[in-house]
Design a protein around this ligand. Structure first.
Ligand SMILES: [Zn+2]
Ligand SMILES: [Zn+2]
Length: 387
């Protein structure tokens, strides 16, 4: 029997992480996660889960009250470093988290992926953004979590899924029951910095939550894993990129209307990039963060559509190069040890992926229904269970 021990670390500056156990208050041990011959143990830092300061610490409440007065665009500009009057300056020390989830198209209680992108604004303080914010984007940390129990459910009809297509690093497999703990950690960043040992009840930094049609993702998280970031006491504000879009006057390209919501692919295209790798939660969270940064930087770079044709195409090439550069930098990041790189959704082994699986499996439901592909999956992982 193989045993893999996984210690949690802070998401940002994992290079500072030396010993996850020194930060660990409690353990979650998962026995036989797969049902196969591998057990893996996850040790999660519980300090900020069990000893959270009460929701709405004084500092965060003061920030919330000031940020409430701002439009989304102004809020995004402020999160990236533009000062605002009357805000308690000592607390303008944001972590910006963007989030996206995917769920099975036929069952909203079956979340299949979670993507998170994190920008610690301490990493960009005093740093010029550079062309297309290249110098800031290289400080974003990207995460893509696939869920062991639901990874076999891939959307094909309403909106084609792309779970294998994460472009900003390596996808990680995690159990559904660990998703909430991982997210709590990503939303609980100590003021003291990552190099210090975590202390229960210590002050945490304010978080700005960014999303594209964010309410949908928050609903999915609440429904599936009971995660509500507003309960943590660290949330200074939420920003929806769809609102920033309107304040920038960016129109839905199909209808030409400002009133119609814009989808993320359309937005990325209008900013000069290509949105073809979307509908992967990791990529969607990444592009939401990228769009938020590109729209929130001061001064705002011109939209390609407003430039003469030659200039516009040169600009789009630069944007694409910046995206590629961001992906290249992301590929060199340390992977957080919150899950497994390899998991087979066909036989539940942790030594190979489903496309390399040679295990004999069979689905009695599909067999009885006369389906040709009844040997492609087990009964317990039949998508018909969730339709
Ligand atoms: Zn397998
Ligand atoms: Zn089946």
């Amino acid at each position: 029997m193989t045993t893999t021990s996984i210690n949690s670390v802070r998401p940002i500056n994992t290079t500072n992480h030396v010993d996850g156990n020194s930060n660990t208050v409690g353990n979650i041990t998962v026995g036989d996660v797969t049902g196969a011959n591998v057990t893996f143990h996850i040790t999660i830092n519980r300090s900020n889960i069990e000893d959270q300061p009460p929701p709405g610490t004084e500092a965060v409440v003061r920030l919330q009250n000031e940020l409430k007065k701002l439009h989304s665009l102004h809020m995004m500009q402020h999160a990236l470093g533009s000062p605002i009057e009357n805000a308690p300056g000592e607390f303008q020390d944001y972590v910006i988290n963007s989030i996206d989830c995917e769920e099975f198209e036929y069952n909203p209680h079956r979340m299949t992926e979670v993507g998170v992108a994190v920008l610690d604004t301490r990493d960009i303080r005093g740093k010029a953004p550079g062309e297309q914010c290249k110098n800031w984007l290289e400080h974003v940390w990207f995460y893509h979590f696939r869920i062991c129990e639901t990874g076999h459910l891939v959307n094909k009809n309403h909106c084609k899924g792309n779970p294998n297509g994460f472009d900003f690093g390596k996808s990680l497999w995690v159990k559904m029951e660990h998703v909430k703990d991982i997210l709590v950690e990503l939303f609980s960043v100590p003021v003291a910095g990552v190099e210090h040992e975590r202390v229960p009840g210590e002050p945490l930094r304010p978080v700005i939550l960014l999303g594209h049609a964010l309410q949908n993702d928050l609903k999915i998280l609440k429904k599936n894993v009971g995660f509500d970031p507003t309960e943590l006491g660290t949330m200074a504000a939420t920003i929806d990129t769809q609102h920033i879009v309107r304040e920038h006057g960016i129109r839905n390209s199909k209808t030409g209307s400002l009133r119609d919501w814009i989808n993320l692919g359309d937005l990325i295209n209008q900013l000069g990039g290509s949105g073809r790798d979307l509908h992967n939660a990791g990529n969607d969270a990444a592009y939401t963060m990228i769009a938020g940064i590109l729209m929130g930087v001061v001064p705002f770079p011109a939209l390609p559509a407003t430039l003469p044709e030659k200039e516009a195409s040169a600009y789009c090439v630069e944007v694409q190069n910046t995206f590629q550069h961001t992906k290249n930098v992301a590929a060199t990041q340390h992977s957080p040890p919150w899950g497994l790189r390899v998991f087979c959704t066909r036989c539940e082994s942790t030594t190979h992926l489903a496309e390399d699986c040679r295990a004999h499996v069979a689905c009695s439901k599909c067999k009885h229904a006369g389906k040709k592909f009844w040997r492609s999956h087990s009964t317990s992982r039949c998508a018909r269970n969730d339709i």
